[in-house]
Design a protein around this ligand. Structure first.
Ligand SMILES: [Zn+2]
Ligand SMILES: [Zn+2]
Length: 636
C-alpha cells in the first residue's frame, strides 16, 4: 500500500512534467528533507530555459533542488580539472570532494566569493558544463579540528544521511485529517532556573522540542536534565527539535534524545551545529574523567550531527505539514538564534528568544525585533532581577584593564574563568585592542576549547559584526593576534612563570583547566580572579565570587580532596555579558514588532523571573507567566 506522501509526490510529478520542456529530459522527483529534488538529463538546457525553477517552486510552493541524472554527470576527475580551470587561483581552493548521492561537489576555499563568481556565474558555469552542483565551504583562517571532522563525517556518512532525509521528506509531505485547533507549551527545564533549558510545544498534530540542555553545575540528578518523562509521548513521536544555540544548558542533552529513540531532525544554524559538537565532545570528556554518570556516548553525538539540518537566518521552512520555522539573530553567541514558529496558517505565532543580547557587543549585532506575527513571546530572564543593571561597555572595558594593569604591576597573574564560546572571544577582542593601545606586553594564555571555538568563528565571518568580519576576510583576524598563546603541555610553566593573563574554561568553575590554575594561584595575594559571566547559585564560581569561602575543597585526580586557601583578589566585571541586563530585556519587549499578547519568562532564578514578569505586566499591560518546570500553558 502506498502512503499518502507518495500521492502528493505523484501529483507534484504531473505538475513538474507539464512545466519542464521535453528536451530537458525529466527523469525523477523525490522528497529530500525540506526540499523537493528534481532530476533532469540535460541540466544545461534546463538552466537556459527561462525562469524554470521559479515556475516550479511557485507551482509546488516548496523549496526546489535541481540535479542532473547521475549517468549524465561528467566524470569526477574531468570535473575537478574544469573547476581548477574556471576558479581563479586567488580563491585559495584547497580540497575538491565529490558527494555523488547528492550530486554535489564540495569545494573548500579561503575565499568562497571567488568560487561563486559575480552573481553566481562561476557556479552556473560549472553546473552547466559538468552536471555537478557546487557546495562552497569556507576554510577557517585558523585550523579547526571540529570543522574538519564535521565535514568529513557528513561526506563519509552520505548514505545514512540520504536515507534519513528521504524519510523526513515524506513525513513532511503528508497532510493531517483535521487541522490543529489548540497549542500548548510545557516547561521541561530552564523554568525559574538557569540550566537544562527545554520547552515542549504541542498541537493536535505536531510535537516539537525547543532546546534540550543540561545543568552542568549540579550533580543532583533531578535537576541535571530536562523532565522528558513528563512529555506524555515517546521520543520517537517528536516531529522536530529546534536548538537556539550551542551552550550546553541548551544543547547538552540532545545526543541523549538520539540514544533513546529519536530519529528526527535537529534544526539550528551552521555555526551552532559545529559549536554544539565541539562542546558536547568536551563535556563527555570531562564527565568521563570525573567518573560521573555519562548520559550518552560519542556515537550519539555523531548521530545528532547526521540528523542536523542547518538553516540560515530568515529562511522560512516547513518543519511539519502545519508549522513553519524561521530563525533570527539573537546576538548572544556565534550562531545563536531566536526561534519563530508559525502554526497552522496563523492559528498561533510563537517567538522563543533562547539566550538574548539586546545591546552592544564587539562581536554581534543586537537581537532581531521584527516578526511577521508574534502572539506569544518566551523570553530569557538571566539578568531580569531588580538590581541587574550592567555598567556600560566603556566602563566595563576600563574596569577589566585596570585589574589587569594593577595585577601585572604587582607581579601577579590574572585568571579569568570563561565559557569557551562567547565571553572568551568578546574579551579576546578587548585585550587585543587595549594591550596594543596601552603598550602592555603580557601574554594572554588560552586554555580549554577557547582556541578551537575562536577558529570556528573564522569559518563563519558572515555571522559577525561587520568590522570583525572585515578583519577576518582581509587576513587580519583579531583572534590570531600574537598576544594570544594556546596552552598545550606547558600549563605548569605558565603557573610558575612571569605575570600574565589566563583565560580558562569552565566559566562557572564546574570543572576543566580553570580549576588547575585556581588551585595553584589562589593562595597568592598578588594574583587576581575576574568573573565575567553568569555564575549559577549552585556553582563553585558563585561561592568564590561572593567571597564566602576562605578555603575551597577541590577533588584531586586520585579521589582525595585538596583544601585551597583563597587569598587572591576577587573581581566581578559584569558588562561583557552576552545576556541582556534588565534594562535591555525591557527594551526588547518594548521594541518588539508586533507587540506580543503574552510573555512567558524563563531561564532565570526564581526571584528574578517573578520580578521581571510583574514589571512587564505593569509596564506594557501584557499578560505574563513565570512557569515552573512541569507547568503546561495553553496558548490557544
Ligand atoms: Zn547561552
Ligand atoms: Zn542559557
Amino acid at each position: 500500500m502506498k502512503s499518502e506522501s507518495d500521492d502528493v509526490l505523484r501529483d507534484f510529478e504531473k505538475i513538474v512534467k507539464e512545466i519542464i520542456p521535453d528536451d530537458c529530459g525529466f527523469s525523477k522527483i523525490e522528497a529530500e528533507g525540506l526540499s523537493i529534488v528534481i532530476y533532469v538529463d540535460d541540466i544545461k538546457t534546463f538552466y537556459e530555459t527561462n525562469q524554470l525553477i521559479r515556475k516550479i517552486a511557485g507551482a509546488l510552493k516548496k523549496q526546489i533542488k535541481i540535479r542532473s541524472t547521475p549517468s549524465f554527470r561528467k566524470d569526477p576527475e574531468e570535473t575537478k580539472q574544469f573547476i581548477q580551470k574556471v576558479v581563479p587561483e586567488d580563491a585559495g581552493v584547497n580540497g575538491i570532494y565529490f558527494n555523488p548521492l547528492f550530486g554535489e561537489v564540495n569545494v573548500e576555499a579561503m575565499k568562497p566569493g571567488l568560487v561563486i563568481g559575480k552573481g553566481g556565474e562561476t557556479l552556473k558555469k560549472i553546473i552547466k558544463s559538468t552536471g555537478w552542483v557546487v557546495n562552497v565551504l569556507r576554510i577557517p583562517t585558523m585550523e579547526s579540528s571540529t570543522i574538519t571532522g564535521v565535514r568529513k563525517s557528513l561526506l563519509k556518512e552520505a548514505d545514512e544521511r540520504k536515507k534519513f532525509l528521504n524519510k523526513l521528506g515524506s513525513r513532511i509531505l503528508r497532510s493531517y485529517e483535521e487541522p490543529s485547533t489548540w497549542v500548548k507549551v510545557s516547561a521541561l527545564g530552564g523554568a525559574r532556573e538557569v540550566g537544562r533549558s527545554c520547552f515542549f510545544v504541542e498541537t493536535s498534530n505536531s510535537k516539537i522540542l525547543l532546546d534540550c540542555g543540561i545543568n552542568p553545575d549540579t550533580s543532583d540528578k533531578h535537576r541535571s536534565f530536562p523532565a522528558l518523562n513528563e512529555m506524555g509521548c515517546s521520543l520517537s513521536e517528536l516531529d522536530a527539535v529546534v536548538l537556539s544555540h550551542a551552550h550546553l544548558d541548551h544543547s547538552g542533552f540532545i545526543p541523549y534524545l538520539y540514544a533513546y529513540g529519536y530519529e528526527g531532525p535537529l534544526y539550528c544554524t551552521h555555526p551552532t551545529r559545529d559549536l554544539s559538537v565541539m562542546l558536547q565532545m568536551d563535556y563527555l570528556n570531562l564527565v568521563n574523567k570525573s567518573n560521573s554518570v555519562v548520559p550518552y556516548s560519542v556515537k550519539d553525538i555523531h548521530n545528532e550531527l547526521l540528523h542536523t539540518i542547518p538553516l540560515d537566518f530568515g529562511e522560512v521552512v516547513d518543519i511539519t505539514p502545519e508549522i513553519k520555522l524561521t530563525l533570527y539573530n539573537a546576538g548572544h553567541i556565534l550562531g545563536s538564534a531566536i526561534t519563530h514558529l508559525h502554526i497552522n496558517n496563523g492559528l498561533h505565532n510563537l517567538v522563543y528568544t533562547g539566550d538574548l543580547k539586546f545591546g552592544f557587543t564587539q562581536l554581534f549585532d543586537p537581537a532581531h525585533v521584527q516578526f511577521p506575527r508574534a502572539e506569544t513571546l518566551i523570553m530569557e530572564s538571566t539578568y531580569g532581577g531588580k538590581g541587574d543593571i550592567m555598567p556600560n561597555r566603556k566602563e566595563t572595558e576600563q574596569m577589566m584593564m585596570d585589574v589587569v594593569k594593577k595585577t601585572i604591576e604587582r607581579g601577579g597573574k590574572v585568571l579569568v574563568p570563561v565559557f569557551a564560546v562567547g565571553r572568551s572571544q568578546e574579551i579576546m577582542l578587548v585585550f587585543e585592542r587595549y594591550m596594543r593601545e596601552m603598550g602592555l606586553e603580557v601574554p594572554v594564555y588560552l586554555d580549554g576549547m577557547i582556541r578551537e571555538a575562536s577558529a570556528i568563528h573564522t569559518a563563519y565571518p558572515e555571522y559577525l559584526k561587520h568590522n570583525v568580519r572585515n578583519k577576518i576576510l582581509s587576513g587580519r583576524s583579531p583572534f590570531e593576534s600574537e598576544i594570544f598563546e594556546t596552552v598545550k603541555n606547558n600549563r605548569q610553566e605558565i603557573i610558575d612563570g612571569d605575570p600574565c593573563v589566563i583565560l580558562a574554561t569552565a566559566g562557572m568553575m564546574s570543572g576543566g583547566p580553570v580549576l588547575e590554575y585556581f588551585k595553584q594561584l589562589a593562595s597568592d595575594e598578588k594574583n587576581s580572579i575576574v568573573f565575567v559571566g553568569y555564575q549559577s547559585p549552585l556553582s563553585l564560581g558563585r561561592k568564590i565570587q561572593r567571597g564566602s569561602l576562605n578555603e575551597v575543597p577541590l577533588p584531586t585526580p586520585n579521589g582525595k580532596t585538596d583544601i585551597v586557601n583563597v587569598n587572591m583578589e576577587i573581581f566581578t566585571v559584569d558588562g561583557f555579558s552576552g545576556h541582556s541586563d534588565r534594562r535591555q530585556l525591557l527594551a526588547y519587549v518594548k521594541n518588539l514588532e508586533p507587540k506580543p499578547k503574552r510573555v512567558i519568562l524563563c531561564h532565570g532564578e526564581d526571584k528574578k523571573v517573578n520580578n521581571l514578569a510583574s514589571t512587564i505586566n505593569k509596564m506594557f499591560k501584557i499578560k505574563t507567566d513565570s512557569p515552573m518546570v512541569l507547568d503546561t500553558l495553553r496558548l490557544k
